[in-house]
Design a protein around this ligand. Structure first.
Ligand SMILES: NC(=O)c1ccc[n+]([C@@H]2O[C@H](COP(=O)([O-])OP(=O)(O)OC[C@H]3O[C@@H](n4cnc5c(N)ncnc54)[C@H](O)[C@@H]3O)[C@@H](O)[C@H]2O)c1
Length: 390
């Protein structure tokens, strides 16, 4: 056992990083959610992720959870912050208050630990916190994981980025590398502001790619063209490349919608068109999809799954949610099939989790991503999923 590491926030990011590091260190997860604390202490994951579940079952991990901040911070060498930074539509920026208060708390409870923020931040925020708290002990390390593959993406990191240069920052990069399955993962050191920019520009690039192939798909649908042939033909150019080119109803999930909007805010008075256009393009796509569904004048639209991606258990800011809102504003009846939802209603639409009942009541089944369950329904399904991947 090497270090005591405290991870604040036992969600997708916190759970993945905690499991990764608990292979060789003692990890304490600090959360305010008693149910999540109970799950971790019963050796269960707080999020759906096959690799996390497998590691908890098969490996000898040193991991526990608590809501006792004093205990969690005591003797920790590293504190990792993985609490939410939700987008605030009023300020048009991230609400960083949870991260700010966790950093203050960690500093006042522990005089030596390095605080590593993994929550996504506005560009320049770590430098602001360093100034506010009077210490360089707070650094930033962006997290690039995908929900549902969160541990996988830390076991095989595309890169490890450390926004800080102190000795403990170097040690921390070694711990991430040690937990991974790669011999020599790419590790880049930079200032925290540059590291924050890497995260927002990377996610905005991904959103741009989704928006691009979705607009291509809108074009093909409007002109009766075969989207699959065109996308394959376009993507075979090695400068464009395969992957991440499967049309959808829009980008969604917890990160891309809020990170793109935060980047628009970060540009502030700097001239730009593209970044704002990505956000606008996604809204246009959602309206386009709703209008396509309405063309056949269905009496009852069945929404098959609210999750963004196959294998995910999360429907935060899912694109289909905004499609539902558009459909409802056109006074069409909408029903929802979502086995991961226990509620009777979603956005005032009836949730029917018996698939046969759901299917028989709907005139059209709308699916952002197809599964074998609906494949057999043929033309009754409206989907733009061409390649069957995320
Ligand atoms: N989800 C992703 O795919 C992903 C990927 C990269 C980066 N991020 C960023 O990481 C951050 C966390 O995202 P997430 O998806 O893991 O969030 P999450 O909602 O899954 O988990 C956040 C956890 O923090 C806990 N929490 C809230 N307030 C707390 C407090 N004051 N003290 C202790 N715990 C508290 C919550 O109970 C919850 O368990 C966000 O900034 C997000 O943008 C997320």
């Amino acid at each position: 056992m090497k270090y005591k590491i405290t991870v604040v926030g036992a969600g997708y990011v916190g759970m993945s990083v905690a499991v990764l590091l608990a292979q060789h260190n003692e990890v304490v997860l600090l959360d305010v959610d008693k149910e999540r604390i109970g799950l971790v202490n019963s050796n269960k994951s707080t999020v759906r992720d096959v690799d996390i579940e497998r590691f908890l079952d098969d490996k000898n991990l040193h991991i526990s959870a608590t809501d006792d901040a004093v205990f969690a911070y005591k003797n920790a060498s590293f504190v990792i912050v993985a609490t939410p930074t939700n987008y605030d539509p009023e300020t048009t920026k991230f609400d960083t208050s949870l991260v700010d208060s966790v950093c203050k708390d960690a500093i006042s409870n522990n005089a030596e630990a390095l605080i590593i923020i993994k929550s996504t931040l506005p560009i320049g925020h770590t430098a602001y916190l360093q100034e506010l708290l009077g210490t360089k002990r707070v650094i930033f390390s962006p997290e690039f994981l995908r929900e549902g593959k969160s541990l996988h993406d830390n076991l095989y990191p595309s890169r490890i980025i450390i926004g800080g240069h102190c000795d403990l920052a170097v040690t921390f990069s070694g711990l991430l590398s040690q937990g991974s399955e790669l011999d020599n993962p790419a590790i880049l050191f930079m200032d925290p502001t540059e590291a924050e920019a890497v995260k927002l520009f990377a996610n905005t690039y991904l959103a741009m790619r989704v928006a691009f192939f979705n607009e291509l798909d809108s074009f093909t649908l409007s002109n009766g063209l075969d989207a699959e042939s065109i996308i394959k033909g376009v993507s075979l150019d090695p400068r464009i490349g395969p992957g991440y080119n499967n049309p959808s109803f829009g980008y969604g999930g917890y990160c891309l919608p809020k990170d793109t909007k935060q980047l628009v805010a970060s540009f502030s008075s700097i001239p730009q068109h593209l970044i704002s256009a990505i956000v606008a393009s996604n809204d246009t796509r959602i309206t386009f999809i709703a209008d396509e569904i309405l063309k056949d004048k269905p009496k009852c639209v069945g929404i098959y799954r609210l999750v963004m991606k196959a294998g995910s258990d999360n429907f935060r800011s899912s694109a289909v949610e905004f499609v539902i809102q558009r459909l409802l504003s056109s006074n069409v009846k909408v029903i929802v099939y979502e086995p991961d939802l226990n509620n009777k209603e979603f956005l005032a639409c009836k949730v029917i989790n018996n698939f046969e009942d759901f299917e028989s009541q709907a005139d059209v089944i709308v699916a952002n991503r197809k599964t074998s369950e609906i494949e057999k329904l043929g033309n009754k399904v409206f989907s733009r999923d061409i390649f069957g991947n995320n």
